[in-house]
Write a protein that binds this ligand. Structure first.
Ligand code: ATP
Length: 235
């Protein structure tokens, strides 16, 4: 469904992505793991057109999107929840969710999706009128994920959803990712938390200094000595 082929990205001479190829099949969860600065965020940004590849191809349902505008890419069903729980702090929970759906015209479906988000995150339902800036870090992450879901994406991309969250909240976020996927949404996940990311994934990729060095079935990567040593702190 989404295919990156030999994608290279430069920032002022830094070769941030060096020929990255990734396949995201429909209905699957794909995880991209790697250390700080490996190029994980850059990969997601290139998919939504926030950075431009110098070479290579990015195709979505067989059509090239590497030169398309971000708003058109989002309209075609790809949504990125960026790193750092970006919510509108002065707006309420409900208003933040409404903004996620601002370009949709199918009102009754939007209402259903809002209920779905509140069912996924009962804590948000309890805080409908609270301003987002006063939510805890975990709650803000739930809201950022919920807002992304309000656009009803076909491909949902999350950049480090577990960053800085308590273990119980991390567990919950990953359960929700599984649940979203069960309901039919394809997921591309970027994580430093390699264990959680590979456990939930159908397919995994390991990115090191701008190149994919390993790829395979999520659970097999979890058992791979190189992954265990470098990313799971084992052996
Ligand atoms: P992290 O887990 O720390 O977020 P990452 O794997 O997501 O890391 P990227 O943010 O994609 O890594 O960064 C890849 C490389 O590109 C890094 O060396 C980074 O310093 C560099 N880089 C990222 N954004 C820019 C930019 N706007 N200008 C210059 N260099 C950048």
């Amino acid at each position: 469904m989404l295919k990156l082929e030999d994608v290279s990205v430069f920032y002022d001479g830094i070769h941030a992505l060096q020929g990255v190829s990734i396949d995201v099949p429909e209905g699957k969860i794909v995880s991209l793991i790697g250390a700080n600065g490996a190029g994980k965020s850059t990969t997601l940004k290139s998919i939504v057109g926030l950075v431009r590849p110098a070479s290579g191809s990015i195709s979505w349902h067989g059509r090239e999107i590497s030169a398309a505008q971000t708003k058109d890419i989002v309209r075609r069903g790809i949504v990125l929840v960026p790193e750092g729980r970006r919510v509108f702090p002065n707006l309420t929970v409900e208003e933040n969710l409404a903004l996620g759906a601002y370009s949709r015209t199918d009102r009754s479906e939007v209402k259903k999706d809002r209920e779905m988000v509140y069912d996924l995150f009962p804590r948000l339902r309890e805080r409908i009128n609270q301003s987002a800036g006063t939510l805890s870090g975990g709650e803000q992450q739930m809201l950022a994920v919920g807002r992304g879901l309000m656009t009803r994406p076909e491909l949902f991309m999350l950049d480090e959803p577990s960053l800085g969250l308590a273990p119980l909240i991390v567990k919950m976020i990953f359960e929700i990712i599984r649940e979203i996927n069960r309901k039919g949404t394809t997921v591309l996940l970027v994580e430093q938390n390699a264990h959680a990311a590979l456990e939930v994934a159908d397919m995994g990729y390991v990115l090191e200094t701008g190149s994919i060095i390993l790829q395979g079935v999520g659970k097999e990567l979890l058992a791979d000595d190189r992954v265990r040593k470098a990313y799971l702190g084992e052996i």
